[in-house]
Design a protein around this ligand. Structure first.
Ligand code: FAD
Length: 415
């Protein structure tokens, strides 16, 4: 069997794998990326957060992405029962980017991967990781199947597992653990958005809240297509009869605001459905490997944190591996797990408090409190490590306490 030797093997060429690859390549490390599918390939996860612009900039990918002309995302709109809560990323507590993109991921991921290949990064498409053996010192031998079904092996000092829902190392090393996020499922597709209104309205990312657990996303792209999808408890999604096309057609009738715009449009592909999508692991690293992106953790799409977490964790893992390859010592527990979990825990609170209704109380209470809004907006922009923001530092108490106060006030007025 053919053998290849590298410093770092990266599994998966999504945003997580490519950010790690780009950083390590720029540092002159010998790397190989193996990607199971042929690009461009569809993947969900189309609304980005400003924080991930920092990552693209740091690894030198911003210009090529900018040149492509993806739709700019300057905020996000949440609506419920006719009340609209508009977040504008330029009005937020933390320093940082005030815009990002909303992207068809097939194109977005392909632009990044192609750019890396042009720069000389070794990305093997249609090569699938089958098995991994670790030595006691953390070095590994990975068995890979190429596009012709031939097996070969890669010896690596480190592995970054960025395999997304492939979850290669969590599966092989038995690292999966149940997520603490309540179970939800989703059904989604793209449409040619021929009824799209002119101007800003036609480009807005919107979360149309239909119930405590049920919401509908609208993500318009610059190519004229729009991503539409429903999220709800698994029982809710399953309560719709027929195939996914019929289910999504029937769900669309639930949105008073959008049903006319999307009524009768052909779906660009048979709606896909992902059930109980939240994932977690028992550990984020081990001797010789780090898990990044969805392979490590996925919470919920409601605040679009997936890609940003994927790029944040990949960049961090790549930096720590570079240090080790340069013979510097790394405390993975502190520098990786504790750092990453700080951000994950903030988003995790926001997701949980969204589904308890407490965060919805804050979003839709009128009149709005401009300071609170700026602080929450910084979290929604992905700046979840900024402890000068009370809504980051005291995330576990503040949302709950404030919602409680607002609800008490409302009840007193009603008496
Ligand atoms: P991926 O982008 O999934 O890339 C992993 C790659 O690994 C794939 O290309 C795959 O082919 C490859 N791979 C898998 N197994 C193997 C193997 N054995 N060998 C080699 N390669 C392999 N996130 C957002 O930021 N915004 C959103 O609006 C959003 N909406 C979402 C909606 C839903 C319903 C769901 C479920 C998720 C959503 N997400 C969203 C999350 C988003 O999809 C992920 O967080 C993001 O794609 C993770 O990127 P990644 O690079 O970790 O993985």
């Amino acid at each position: 069997m053919k053998e290849v030797k590298v410093d770092v093997l990266i599994i998966g060429a999504g945003p997580s794998g490519c950010i790690a690859a780009s950083y390590l390549f720029n540092q002159g490390k010998k790397i190989k990326v193996v990607e199971k599918s042929k690009f461009p390939r569809f993947v969900i996860g189309e609304s980005l957060l400003p924080r991930c612009m920092d990552h693209f900039e740091e690894v030198g990918l911003l210009n090529v992405l900018n040149d492509y002309g993806f739709e700019k995302k300057r905020g996000a709109r949440f609506m419920r029962d006719g009340v609209v809560c508009n977040f504008d990323f330029s009005i937020k507590h933390s320093e940082g980017w005030d815009w990002t993109w909303q992207v068809p991921r097939a194109d977005f991921d392909n632009v990044i991967a192609k750019e890396l290949v042009n720069r000389g990064v070794d990305i093997a498409f249609e090569h699938e990781v089958i098995d991994v053996d670790f030595n006691d010192d953390g070095a590994s031998k990975t068995t890979i199947k190429d596009e012709h079904g031939e097996l070969y092996s890669v010896e690596a000092k480190h592995i970054i597992d960025s395999s997304g829902y492939g979850r290669v190392l969590p599966r092989l090393l038995n690292l999966d653990k149940p997520s603490s996020i309540p179970e939800h499922s989703s059904i989604f597709t793209h449409v040619k958005d021929i009824n799209r209104p002119e101007g800003v309205e036609g480009t807005l990312i919107t979360f149309d809240v239909l119930g405590l657990d049920t919401w509908f996303w609208v993500i318009p792209f610059s190519n004229g297509d729009t991503s539409i999808g429903f999220v709800g408890k698994t029982e809710f999604i399953d309560s719709f009869e027929g195939d996914t096309t019929k289910q999504l057609q029937d769900m669309l009738k639930l949105s008073n605001y959008y049903s006319k715009r999307f009524e009768g449009l052909d779906f660009k592909f048979k709606p896909a459905s992902i059930k109980n999508y939240s994932k977690s692991v028992t550990q984020l690293y081990g001797k010789g490997y780090a898990l990044t992106g969805n392979s490590a953790e996925f919470l919920d799409p409601v605040f679009s944190s997936g890609v940003t977490f994927a790029t944040e964790s990949a960049l961090k893992a790549a930096k720590l591996i570079t240090k080790e390859l340069n013979n510097e010592s790394v405390d993975w527990e502190v520098e990786y797990t504790q750092y990453i979990m700080k951000g994950v825990n903030v988003f995790s609170t926001y997701v949980k408090e969204w589904y308890t209704g407490n965060l919805q109380t804050l979003f839709f209470h009128r009149p709005e409190n401009p300071d609170v809004k700026k602080q929450i907006c910084a979290v929604l922009a992905g700046y979840v490590w900024d402890e000068t923001n009370p809504f980051v530092k005291k995330h576990d108490r503040l949302i709950k306490n404030l919602a409680h106060l607002l609800n008490m006030n409302k009840n007193e007025k009603a008496v």
